[in-house]
Design a protein around this ligand. Structure first.
Ligand code: DOR
Length: 445
């Protein structure tokens, strides 16, 4: 790696780690930020690439801590290349991906295969969860590198469903690696599925997998986490009840996340977009939206994930309950949240904390999530001056649709930088760029 400045970002409105903004420049050498300041001297080295960032805001790249990128095995929905292109366009410079691919990511061989595929195809940085099956305790303790153990307590079929307390307990009891839970009570869901059988209006999904199903699983996960003081992360919190419960009962080793769709969409979306609004855990009421927002503002919810879960339009066009649950998100998440900031709902610094800094902190990803010397140059320049609608034909996700089509948003990524390399620039991808495997500073890794 040369010592010359490779990248010189000029005259950006830079979000500093203090939350303040500086109109200034950022120098990047190789993959790292080396200097941040007003009117930095330009190196004369010929290989310096200059980016004129006048009028644009520079933020740490988004780290999306929950995505389903479908490779291997389900590439007709998405693959690591198309998903990472969508990330680059959305300002997402790192992601943590879930184990419900084919084969399931439940052992070292499957994890190594994913890392290998990602190193060949991914334009942004990557990390992968290991899935718990109830029968792979040893793998959960030994595989490397991983951001953590994923447990589907509900909303899953096959080996990845671990819904009995007797099967959950040994996972919490042994080891100290982060456990991330999809918290829905499968027994309750099964029972309500029978009660509401035969209804094909997708709105019934939110009643079958109701608030109580989510609350009861979240309580069980917290109970086990407290019993063993085990690091727990609650994925995609969706209900006001869970947020109020965590407000009372949240030791510092438990964190929680929320998705933009659980903040911004509610059950009224079934009327307008039908099964595209179907996901697990389901969309809730406007009142749940409100309580989740407040919990995020108050720090009860720690950060934001998209749960990017693409399915083809053909798959989604089936009648409920044959329509699969899940919606894409990496391309729209940052603009959605920055639009909320521009509309006064929160600040830009909060959005950046929720979508980058806090994620790096809680997953213990070193050198990411801030614009400061010594940090990795994973950066996004956004335009907060213009509004553009979400258009299906412009999406890079293989599934080709978004639940937010037609929404007029600001804060779209203009330039995205991964490890000091420009991967997206004003509509153009540089598909030669490759991300790196993320590192996690845990005692077991
Ligand atoms: O809606 C969802 N879809 N929620 C999940 O947790 C899984 C995901 C998928 O993989 O399709």
């Amino acid at each position: 790696m040369s010592n010359h400045t490779h990248l010189f970002i000029r005259q950006a409105t830079i979000l500093l780690p203090t939350g303040e903004f500086l109109l200034g420049d950022v120098k990047v050498q190789g993959s790292q930020i080396v200097e941040v300041g007003a009117n930095l001297a330009v190196d004369s080295a010929a290989e310096t690439v200059e980016i004129n960032a006048q009028g644009l805001t520079l933020l740490p790249g988004v780290i999306d801590p929950q995505v389903h990128f479908r490779e291997p095995g389900l590439e007709h929905k998405e693959d690591l290349f198309t998903a990472s292109c969508a990330c680059a366009k959305g300002g997402v410079t790192s992601f943590l991906e879930m184990p419900n691919t084919r084969p399931l990511t439940t052992n070292q061989a499957a994890l190594t295969d994913k890392l290998q595929r990602a190193s060949q195809k991914c334009l942004v940085n990557y990390g992968f969860f290991i899935g718990a099956t109830g029968e792979n305790l040893e793998d959960l303790l030994t595989v490397n590198p991983t951001c953590g153990i994923k447990i589907f307590m509900g909303s899953m079929k096959g080996p990845l469903l671990v819904d009995e307390e007797t099967a959950l307990e040994p996972i919490f009891a042994k080891g100290d690696r982060l456990i991330a839970v999809h918290a829905e009570d499968q027994a309750r869901i099964n029972q309500r599925r029978q009660e509401f059988a035969g209804i094909s209006n997708p709105a019934i999904h939110s009643q079958i997998q109701d608030n109580q199903a989510a609350l009861s699983a979240t309580k069980l996960a917290c109970k086990l986490s407290k019993k063993y003081q085990r690091r727990l992360h609650i994925l995609h919190l969706s209900t006001g009840e869970e947020a109020e419960y965590l407000r009372q009962e949240k030791p510092d080793w438990i964190t929680a996340e929320v998705t933009p769709q659980h903040l911004l969409l509610n059950t009224s979306a079934y009327e307008t977009i039908g099964t595209k609004a179907q996901m697990n855990p389901p969309l809730r009421s406007p009142q749940d939206n409100q309580i989740l927002w407040q919990a995020l503002q108050d720090g009860v919810i720690d950060f934001i994930a998209t749960d990017h879960a693409p399915h083809t339009l053909e798959e989604k066009a089936q009648d409920y309950p044959n329509s699969p649950s899940g919606m894409p998100g990496v391309e729209t998440s940052l603009a959605l949240m920055l639009t909320q900031a521009e509309q006064g709902r929160c600040t830009i610094a909060q959005v950046s904390n929720w979508m980058s800094t806090a994620v790096a902190k809680h997953y213990k990803i070193p050198n990411k999530g801030a614009i400061a010397p010594g940090y990795d140059a994973d950066l996004v320049l956004v335009d907060l001056n213009t509004y553009r609608p979400v258009l299906a034909e412009q999406l890079l996700t293989k599934c080709g649709w978004s639940p937010f089509e037609g929404w007029n948003l600001t804060g779209w990524a203009v330039v995205t930088i991964v490890g000091g390399q420009v991967v997206y620039d004003r509509g153009q991808l540089n598909t030669e760029v490759r991300g790196q495997a993320l590192r996690f500073e845990t005692s077991t890794n």
